[in-house]
Design a protein around this ligand. Structure first.
Ligand code: NIG
Ligand code: FE
Length: 412
């Protein structure tokens, strides 16, 4: 099956395969071809270039993209899409004055979602998550990471990860799984937190590895959640089972989690709403990519990750949705990109780099996703007619997507 897209106003994020991520001032550059064509063959990007050099090919389908922009589908490297029900009650509690942390202390928050998930069977859980996956595909996401962490018992964590595995088989977008047993302490372990850490290390991690249910391991390293010692212990055990770290750090406090992440070669450190000079220094000369989650800052009214500080220090940055019921009930990467520009002062070029190639890097996917590169997956967004790509983050809230193509097939 060959699809030829012609008259593309601007074909964005055209890269050689050697670019695995972009850092610092490189992020300001978004290589593109104006008045371009693009050829998709089966599930891969086959060819592209300027319209005047269009090859003579026998295409099965031709799409005229006059006035439209084409870019790689979003790569959303941090989500919790598999969850049961919602937490709209807590949303109203917060409007009425309670903080996210106060709600969690009362047994709400992650424990509220864990109770709901434990009471939901796998088919129901799969159905609920399927609807969210369909929605994010229509919003232009072509690869996504999904975490466990609303189970918090061995059975419920395994149930979540099996649902993620089934989603990855049934849906055409790339789905990567992360084990996040260390998301919160179950009430049962309130006074014996180390016993839960032992359960994670001695039973959950071996069970996850045995069934090959996850590639990554995550921990919520934060005051009141998992401390540095517990984080190190879990990361060490994870490494023994070849689970690659990606950790939640510095959402509310900087307690040294970034340094620990770098020490254990974390692929990414995510959140970073609170960041100090030691954290920045630890990230320099590492392979660990910082990930910002602006929808979470927006929804909880907490500070935004200081993107300028990170990028101006020469570091890379990825953007992700954090789609979850408590702190970011939205998987809309178009909103993420807009919000990064509006609230974090990222340029449109930086934000698009962060949500495509750098997002792919944060999932170990930059060999196959995140840019317009020959041989990469044919996962693309065709926009509606827009003046320039700046219009995409500028016109926040408008749906500017015309067509989403995943593995060479038109989705919507
Ligand atoms: O990334 N911070 C920890 N975990 C999620 C929120 C979880 C929840 O509130 O359900 C996050 O924001
Ligand atoms: Fe998260």
């Amino acid at each position: 099956m060959i699809t030829l897209i012609t008259n593309i106003k601007d074909l964005l994020q055209v890269r050689k395969l050697s670019f695995k991520k972009v850092s610092g001032s490189e992020m300001k550059i978004l290589p593109s071809i104006k008045n371009a064509f693009l050829v998709l063959k089966d599930d891969l990007i086959h060819d592209f270039g300027e319209m005047h050099s269009i090859p003579n090919i026998n295409a099965d389908k031709i799409i005229d993209a006059k006035g439209k922009i084409v870019l790689p589908a979003w790569c959303d490297s941090h989500t919790h899409i598999v969850y049961a029900g919602n937490r709209e009650g807590e949303f109203v509690d917060r409007i009425n004055g309670l903080s996210y942390e106060e709600i969690a202390k009362k047994g709400g928050g992650i424990l509220n979602s864990a109770k709901k998930l434990q009471d939901t069977d796998d088919d129901d859980l799969y159905q609920q998550a399927s609807e969210r996956i369909k929605e994010i595909i229509s919003l232009g996401t072509g690869a996504v990471e999904i975490k466990s962490g609303y189970g918090l018992t061995i059975d419920a964590e395994i149930k979540m990860l099996r649902v993620i595995k089934k989603l990855s088989k049934e849906f055409p977008i790339k789905i990567k799984a992360t084990f996040l047993g260390a998301h919160a302490f179950p009430a049962l372990y309130k006074n014996n937190k180390d016993a839960y850490v032992n359960l994670i290390c001695n039973e959950m991690i071996p069970a996850v590895a045995e069934e090959n249910l996850a590639e990554f391991i995550d921990i919520f390293c934060e005051t009141g959640y998992f401390n540095i010692e517990q984080t190190e212990k879990i990361l060490k055990t994870g490494k023994e089972y070849n689970l690659i770290p990606k950790i939640h750090v510095n959402q509310f406090n900087s307690i040294g989690g970034v340094e620990v992440g770098v020490k254990y070669n974390a692929l990414s450190v995510d959140h970073l709403e609170v960041l100090n000079i030691n954290d920045i220094e630890a990230l320099k000369n590492s392979k660990t990519i910082p990930v910002a989650l602006p929808s979470c800052s927006y929804f909880l009214s907490i500070p935004y990750t200081p993107a300028r500080n990170l990028i101006d220090n020469g570091l890379p940055l990825a953007l992700a949705s954090d789609f979850n019921p408590g702190s970011a009930p939205s998987g809309n990467m178009n909103f993420v990109v807009s919000t990064a520009c509006i609230k974090m002062k990222m340029t449109p070029e930086e934000a698009i780099n962060a949500a495509t190639l750098n997002g792919a890097y944060a999932m170990n996917l930059s060999d196959s996703h995140g840019s317009i590169t020959k041989g990469k997956k044919a996962n693309i967004i065709i926009t509606k007619k827009v003046p320039t790509y700046n219009y995409l983050p500028y016109a926040f809230g408008s749906n500017l997507i015309d067509t989403v193509i995943i593995n060479g097939k038109i989705m919507s």
